[in-house]
Design a protein around this ligand. Structure first.
Ligand SMILES: Cc1cc2nc3c(=O)[nH]c(=O)nc-3n(C[C@H](O)[C@H](O)[C@H](O)COP(=O)(O)OP(=O)(O)OC[C@H]3O[C@@H](n4cnc5c(N)ncnc54)[C@H](O)[C@@H]3O)c2cc1C
Ligand SMILES: Cc1cc2nc3c(=O)[nH]c(=O)nc-3n(C[C@H](O)[C@H](O)[C@H](O)COP(=O)(O)O)c2cc1C
Ligand SMILES: *[C@@H]1O[C@H](CO)[C@@H](O)[C@H](O)[C@H]1NC(C)=O
Ligand SMILES: *[C@@H]1O[C@H](CO)[C@@H](O)[C@H](O)[C@H]1NC(C)=O
Ligand SMILES: *[C@@H]1O[C@H](CO)[C@@H](O)[C@H](O)[C@H]1NC(C)=O
Ligand SMILES: *[C@@H]1O[C@H](CO)[C@@H](O)[C@H](O)[C@H]1NC(C)=O
Length: 693
């Protein structure tokens, strides 16, 4: 008996050691910027008492390694927190995670040589930084970077600084990983010393996770050598202390049941509304845009009245989703907390720099339903971090294998589009009750708002935005159907608005009345994000718009605006739209509406359609664009703006190529010259893209 116990222990230790290399995807060490804390401090005026001096902050908290992230949708932030956790548990580094937006950079020349700075940076659009990295990027990529000490840029002011970089990008974009490349080059030029190779992860090839895993091992090795770090046996150390509060009930008015911050909890939600403080907006109208049974596309009117939120035609609205009841139930059962889902718990950081990614006290149900991205793709590294807590030997061995063998993981989990709970269910029917809940809070990314291109004109309806969203439903051969989190939530809101008291499309059952029924009467939490995707200020300028599928969203707003201007007697230039869908009778959204605009705008509106499934030969917008070469070139000569929007970056790429060819052919130029002109149009703002995948 004693022998067996010892053996168990040995196996367990071996497993832990074997999985140290892996760590959680998600939040630790202050990792997730606390949106709620920010909200309070902004409301109370300034980030009270928070230093913007990273060196001071590291000194005060006893840290020797700062991990900065530039992240838009949370991926870079997750990787940054994984590095922080691994550095701490495996190498004893004292790590601190830092949002680039929270610090100044002009004293980096005083960065001590026994400390380390890590930069994890995503790239967007035309090689641009994420919103939170704009200032930092301008600082290091500017012509006249200058530091506190006054040492000029060409005298290596950063010669004491050691750094590590990892970039996140998608190689199908022209400016692949441009931000991290420029940052790395410039830091080196400024005298800083990079440790390891400059890592780059590629979403385009679908290899982000594997690129990261392959990059970090040699990087740690080089770093350990450079800084004289000893690798040690790591055991899981919780970042958060989670305690149950049996004296409290979920009905207590101090318990968060999904309210995003204190104002919302106290029922006195107030502006300003932004990415950390959503407006609970009424949906004033919703309707279906498709004429088919098996696919849905929603048109929703969301009221901003009374919020002080403003938008301009071409901006984005962010929608804050909640998870489907079915998936919340699955997750809670898989981790053995279904019985106590409504118990009140308090979550406190153990490390002083860690921040709890949601307000507490709260409940298990709330954390899973409102704050965690439980349905997304599964991280192989995270799954393997669960091995020590598996319910039995067989599932432990299986999890270990999934962690070590990426092809096996691909076959068993990734190719099936399983989410975490589904993946674990497929391994064993036993619950994973020993997994510390803190590990889940740290490792599961926080749920992200989804962006939608506003499909209305602010000139026509300044206090109401409309959204055009296709309901995500992906049938995976031989497995289940993946249901998009946000769009199915919106879909059930629409069904409710149509009079269905308890909509449960596909048994998903969302908590559509929100925490404490605060979203009742069809409300959804939103904020507005301003974009550069804008109509020319002079309406007499011609425009060319390429918007297949839901890519037509912002162009409905553009056309709505131009029709209103024309009605006011303004001169409106040629408005040329290329729209594509499968079939004119099934998914030609806004068909009747466009007919109305056609009668209002007359010859100044031309809509060219491409129906891909009406003929044996598939026809797409880029083919129609080529057919209209003469007109397109003529309009460009009249200084037309050219816009591309859509969910297929392949389309955007092909359109870019075709436009270059049109210009070259029509003007009798060499093909490279056509490409060059398109490039120039991008830099001077006459070629604008709003693309997503
Ligand atoms: C700037 C911008 C503008 C946009 N504008 C619009 C718009 O106007 N209209 C519009 O319809 N959309 C738009 N989008 C897309 C939109 O933001 C959402 O991504 C989309 O609606 C899907 O959201 P969802 O929550 O329903 O799906 P999610 O749950 O986020 O799922 C999205 C996809 O992720 C993958 N996925 C999810 N779970 C898994 C899993 N377990 N394993 C593997 N893969 C998985 C699947 O491919 C799935 O289809 C825009 C995006 C951006 C960035
Ligand atoms: C709208 C959009 C534009 C993008 N533009 C680029 C780009 O120009 N270059 C690039 O390398 N990657 C680009 N990407 C890929 C992102 O950098 C990549 O998906 C990254 O993982 C996002 O990290 P985040 O979640 O931390 O914001 C783009 C992604 C999106 C959604
Ligand atoms: C940093 O990069 C930018 C753009 O690549 C360049 O213009 C700038 O001069 C660089 N600064 C230094 C100090 O190298
Ligand atoms: C990367 O971009 C391509 C097209 O440009 C797109 O199809 C793909 O979905 C993107 N990958 C991710 C993970 O965003
Ligand atoms: C809107 O702005 C006005 C004036 O600044 C302010 O008095 C009011 O409280 C604001 N309303 C909200 C909901 O923030
Ligand atoms: C932008 O560049 C293109 C190509 O060089 C040119 O034709 C166009 O006039 C420019 N537009 C503006 C607004 O400068």
């Amino acid at each position: 008996m004693a022998q067996v116990d010892t053996l168990d222990l040995v196996v367990l230790v071996a497993l832990i050691v074997g999985t140290v290399a892996y760590f959680t995807k998600g939040s630790l060490w202050g990792v997730v910027k606390d949106p709620y804390a920010t909200t309070y401090s902004t409301i109370n005026g300034a980030k009270a008492g928070q230093t913007r001096d990273i060196l001071q902050k590291m000194e005060e908290t006893g840290k020797n390694c700062v991990i900065f992230y530039g992240s838009q949708t949370g991926t870079a932030e997750d990787y940054a927190s994984r590095l922080a956790k691994e550095g701490s548990q495996r190498f004893g580094l004292k790590t601190i995670l830092a949002d680039l937006e929270d610090y100044d950079y002009d004293n980096l020349d005083k960065f001590p040589d026994d400390k380390l700075a890590v930069f994890v940076l995503a790239t967007y659009g035309e090689g641009e930084p994420t919103d939170n990295a704009v200032d930092f990027f301008q600082f290091v990529s500017g012509e006249d970077v200058s530091f506190e000490s006054g040492v000029p840029a060409d005298e290596k002011p950063l010669s004491n600084m050691k750094y590590v970089t990892f970039g996140l990008g998608n190689n199908t974009y022209e400016h692949y990983n441009a931000v991290v490349r420029i940052v790395d080059t410039n830091l080196t030029k400024l005298g800083a010393k990079r440790i390891g190779t400059a890592g780059e992860g590629d979403d385009g090839a679908g290899t982000m996770e594997e690129d990261y895993l392959a990059w970090k091992e040699p990087m740690w090795k080089a770093l350990a050598e450079e800084m004289g770090l000893e690798e040690r046996e790591a055991v899981y150390e919780a970042a958060f202390e989670i305690t149950e509060a049996p004296d409290m009930s979920p009905e207590d008015d101090t318990v968060y049941l999904g309210e995003p911050n204190q104002n919302h909890l106290e029922g006195s939600s107030q502006g300003p509304y932004h990415a950390h403080n959503p407006f609970i907006a009424p949906i004033s109208e919703s309707r279906e845009l498709f004429n088919v049974k098996d696919r849905n596309c929603l048109h929703m009117e969301i009221s901003l009245a009374g919020s002080n939120l403003t938008y301009q035609t071409g901006d984005h609205v962010a929608i804050w989703p909640t998870n489907a009841g079915k998936e919340v139930d699955r997750f809670l059962s898989v981790f053995g907390v279904a019985d106590k889902r409504n118990s009140v718990i308090k979550v406190k950081p153990i490390d002083v720099t860690a921040k709890v990614p949601f307000p507490t006290p709260t409940t298990y149900d709330t954390i899973v339903r409102y704050h965690s991205e439980i349905c997304g793709p599964v991280s192989r590294q995270f799954v393997s971090s669960l091995a020590p807590f598996a319910p039995d030997e067989a599932s432990r061995a299986e999890i270990k294998r999934l962690g070590e063998d990426k092809d096996y993981f691909q076959e068993r989990v990734a190719s099936k589009y399983y989410n975490l709970a589904q993946a674990l269910e497929s391994i064993t029917s036993q619950p994973f009750s020993s997994v510390p809940f803190s590990l889940l809070v740290e490792g599961i990314p926080k749920i992200q708002p989804r962006y939608y291109s506003i499909s209305s004109s602010s000139l026509v309806q300044s206090d109401k935005v409309s959204v055009t969203a296709v309901v995500e439903s992906i049938r995976v051969p031989g497995a289940h159907t993946v249901k998009g989190v946000t769009t199915n939530y919106l879909y059930s809101l629409k069904l409710k608005q149509e009079g269905d008291p308890n909509p449960d499309p596909h048994g998903l059952t969302y908590a559509i009345t929100g925490p404490r029924n605060k979203y009742d009467g069809i409300h959804v939490p939103v904020h507005i994000r301003h974009s550069n995707f804008k109509l020319p200020s002079d309406p007499s300028k011609p425009i060319i718009m390429i918007g297949p599928g839901t890519g037509v969203a912002p162009f409905r707003g553009f056309i709505q605006e131009r029709a209103a201007l024309a009605a006011k007697g303004e001169k409106v230039g040629m408005t040329l739209l290329f729209f594509g869908c499968r079939n004119r009778n099934e998914d030609f959204m806004y068909k009747e509406e466009f007919e109305k605009y056609q009668s209002q705008l007359g010859d100044s509106l031309k809509i060219v359609t491409a129906f891909s499934r009406e003929t044996s030969q598939k026809v797409y917008v880029q083919h129609r664009l080529r057919e209209e070469a003469v007109l397109v070139n003529e309009l460009l000569k009249q200084k037309a703006n050219f816009y591309v929007c859509g969910d297929a970056a392949n389309m955007a790429r092909e359109v870019n190529v075709v436009l270059g060819q049109i210009i070259a052919e029509q003007r009798g130029l060499a093909p490279e010259k056509g490409e060059e002109i398109v490039k120039h149009m991008r830099t001077n703002g006459s070629y604008q893209e709003d693309v997503w995948s």
